[in-house]
Design a protein around this ligand. Sequence first.
Ligand SMILES: Nc1ncnc2c1ncn2[C@@H]1O[C@H](COP(=O)(O)OP(=O)(O)OP(=O)(O)O)[C@@H](O)[C@H]1O
Ligand SMILES: [Mg+2]
Length: 393
Amino acid sequence: MVATPSSTHAVQSASENAPVLVVEGVSRAFGSLAAVTDVDLTVHPHEVVCLLGPSGCGKTTLLRIAAGLESLHRGRVAIDGQTVAGEGRHAVPPERRSVGLVFQDSALFPHLSVADNVAFGLTERSGRRRHERVRALLEQLRIGQYEDSFPHTLSGGQQQRVALARALAPAPRLMLLDEPFSSLDARLRNQIRDDTLHLLKDSGTGTLMVTHDPEEALFMADRIALMRDGRIVQVGTPMELYCQPRDPFVVTFFGDVNEFFGEVRGGTVETPVGHVDATGMADGTSVRVMIRPEAVNVTVQGEPDGRHDRSHVVMSKLLGASSLVHLCAHDAAGGESHLHARMPGVFLPARNQPVDIRLDPSQAFVFPLDEQQAGGASSAQADGSPLRAQGWN
Ligand SMILES: Nc1ncnc2c1ncn2[C@@H]1O[C@H](COP(=O)(O)OP(=O)(O)OP(=O)(O)O)[C@@H](O)[C@H]1O
Ligand SMILES: [Mg+2]
């Protein structure tokens, strides 16, 4: 955690809508490895932005550059309107950046009580006001009863709550969180996420939070910046990333999909589960069609009869809040494809159950194949089948 007493004054200094963090054209390499390349990003007050991406894509490096714990090679970082790092400039050290930091395993001061840990950055306040601030934060994070406890007597989840309170106590302009919940078990994680989200939104601070978990990003973020190989692939609201993904990587990062390869004809692509809109793509374009399992809607038709000449169920699994149905879909030309449907609640049709399959077009995405992929796809089509399914079997 790094936060300075002076940061409390900074809260009033910026205009309401100005970004608290501006990252412009930032790059950082380690030897020949480009860890972060040409990244632009902003975070506004009251906003939670999640940096999402696979392991090693540069999330922590970017967060550390914003914090001042890592240098940059190109670009600029500004916090609360002040440039704190840029090419050829002397970088402002972390403790003078008005940032609160929380990491996966934030080290608390072992010799200080919970209250003294949280009060650590509050040296300018009167004793009474300091205590009030500490108490309020501990109550909001539901750890008020541990005020006088020492860190080693607390569970991992309680210690993370203390770390969050300590980082927030001086009211920093910017909170930088690096996988703060990842060492906690699933139930505890959900609770702390929820409490943290409310606390961050109420506090008015801007937050940049690293996670590799797409569900966590969807839960926490006002905007998500999805990274791959050091670059930001897409930035937008959770809705934009989920419903208007820019490329196949964005689609698959949020979950498994049914994939087919085909060709555009008259502004649509034919798949075993119906036509998918491809407006604006030229006839003959080789495409990859990605259909989320929740876009595949299943209704049972008649009784299981062992006939395999129409679309039917292969198996059904309950996943908890939803059910996953493995299907064998039959298209008009008699071809068969294996695909997955995710249905809400308990929906477990028996093996061989004949079904109708309908498609929700809002969760089906079409991308042109690059030349190499297109070569593979068109040779597969030479056998007469209009489409080739990939993935699940
Ligand atoms: N100090 C360093 N020296 C050399 N290489 C580094 C250093 N820090 C990071 N890297 C490399 O930079 C790349 C990005 O690392 P980074 O820690 O930013 O990834 P990440 O997205 O946070 O991954 P994870 O999800 O696993 O935490 C990785 O290949 C990593 O090995
Ligand atoms: Mg990391």
